[in-house]
Design a protein around this ligand. Structure first.
Ligand SMILES: Cc1cc2nc3c(=O)[nH]c(=O)nc-3n(C[C@H](O)[C@H](O)[C@H](O)COP(=O)(O)O)c2cc1C
Length: 175
């Protein structure tokens, strides 16, 4: 007995109602940096600290993460929307990083200056599922960064943070 098919376009519209932040995942192979915008990031364990990200098999960054076995994550602020847009475009990797203020994590991955927080990860597991690959990374180093408001993605658009109750400047300075 097979389940009735779910329309992929409808599924995309429906899951877009799940509000997320936005992050840049990077990896470094030799002296070359690669990176892409993601919103599939989630923490799956605190002890040990594990992050999960779902990477498209089509993305140039995905095989590099597989080969080097490490990646960096930078959580974006509302002021970094242009970086989110740039890293979501199909560009040569060097063009993505041109003029971007960054520093290096313990793994050598690029971490974006001015991010909310950054994480340096070692790949613990990687599972292909459908057209994406689930990559689980163990956080081996992390930094707390800017206290600016987050970049928020909702219904396939960047949402102004003040549009979301409780996320305004006063709430952001809370615990
Ligand atoms: C807000 C947003 C979230 C995204 N989230 C993901 C994601 O979680 N996984 C993914 O593979 N691509 C995601 N993308 C698409 C990639 O950023 C895009 O395909 C990028 O061009 C891939 O770059 P690359 O081929 O240089 O690695 C997202 C794009 C946007 C705008």
């Amino acid at each position: 007995m097979s389940d009735p098919p779910v329309d992929p376009t409808l599924f995309r519209q429906q899951i877009a109602r799940w509000v997320t932040g936005v992050a840049i995942v990077t990896a470094r192979e030799g002296s070359a940096d690669v990176g892409l915008t993601v919103n599939s990031l989630t923490s799956i364990a605190l002890d040990p600290p594990l992050l999960l990200v779902s990477l498209s098999e089509q993305a140039d960054t995905t095989p590099v993460v597989g080969r080097v076995g490490t990646f960096g994550v930078s959580l974006l602020t509302v002021h970094q929307r242009a970086l989110s847009e740039r890293f979501a475009r199909t560009l040569p990797p060097a063009a993505k990083f041109e003029g971007v203020a960054l520093h290096r994590g313990a793994t050598g991955s690029a971490l974006l200056d001015g991010a909310l927080a950054t994480f340096d990860c070692r790949v613990e597991a990687s599972h292909p599922h459908g057209d994406h690959r689930l990559v689980i990374g163990r956080v081996i180093a992390s930094e707390t960064g800017s206290d600016a408001l987050p970049l928020v993605f909702f219904r396939s658009r960047y949402a102004p943070p003040e549009a979301i109750p409780g996320l305004g400047p006063r709430a952001s300075s809370g615990p």
